[in-house]
Design a protein around this ligand. Sequence first.
Ligand SMILES: Cc1ncc(C[n+]2csc(CCOP(=O)(O)OP(=O)(O)O)c2C)c(N)n1
Length: 346
Amino acid sequence: MTTGLDVTSTGSRPGAEPPPAEALRLYESMVLIRRVEERLRDDSAAGKLPGAVHLYIGEEAVAAGVCAHLGDRDYATSTHRGHGHFLAKGGDVRAMMAEIWGKREGICRGMGGSMHVADISKGILGANGIVGAGLSIATGAAFGAKLDGDGKASVCFFGDGASNQGVLMETLNLSALWQLPVIFVCENNGFSEFTPSAEVTAGHIADRARAFAVPIAEVDGNDVTEVWRAAGEAVRRAREGGGPSFIEARTYRIQGHFEAEKFVLGTGSYRQEDEIETWRQRDPIARFRLRLVSSGTASAADLDRIDAAVLDRVADAVAYAEAGEPADPGLAETLMFAPAAPAEEA
Ligand SMILES: Cc1ncc(C[n+]2csc(CCOP(=O)(O)OP(=O)(O)O)c2C)c(N)n1
């Protein structure tokens, strides 16, 4: 359901397909996110994880389709639902798993947990528990990239709930004014916690960008090819100095807002089983698998091999996390604050 780009395209032709090797990477990226999160779902239910996890199951095509165009030098900011962004951007699965398990082998030495997975060396500027906070961080990074002048792009993933934060208007304004290489990616999954988007969100989300003349693309966020195409165009625009872009990806989260939400909600429910089932039928991985096989890009056996290798990686990451040492609370102060600047000589 692409409703089209709002401006003259500078990038990939409508209908362009990812080349075969890229298509297989997209598939692998989505399957890795899914299998990691299924383990997190199960281990959370078994009470093995020290904190809450917000899962991305059903939304994998957005992270995979966008991050396929990014390298380690590019930036991405994430949300409280950030495991998919971390993995798709090239974060290490073992280090992320250990982080979520609260182990010192974790990417933030187990001090951050699920909502703060980050790896600056790969341009992963962090998951973030503050809704909308990634918008200003990504825009700041884009400002830095523009000053560096070396073609880096900066992506901000955020939800439909975050689209109601004032900071979106501020960052759209500055990025349009200064033509910053930032790509706003709204993952519109229809809910803000337990509230349907329609009850808290006025108007059409992409129109917020239209007001600043920022080019927009509205895509089916469960179709990785559509996301990949729109993101390719936006990243190219950013690298060529063409300024910001806005992608609204319509998707759905299959799991709850966070695992164990049923203990908060009691017997109440904010969505119907048949709605969830309808979206299960639009599963981005199953759809892409069918497309790869029916187009002859890959055989079912090729994809089964990828599936099996991913399962091995996930099992290895869980074993690594389980065997790790608990985080050291004594590090809290040293890890939290940057060292004081040396005193200036009189
Ligand atoms: C500034 C701020 N306000 C409120 C919250 C509480 N909160 C956590 S997640 C969430 C919903 C976010 O919805 P959305 O941006 O659509 O992301 P989704 O959970 O759907 O991925 C809210 C309101 C918060 N963490 N930060």
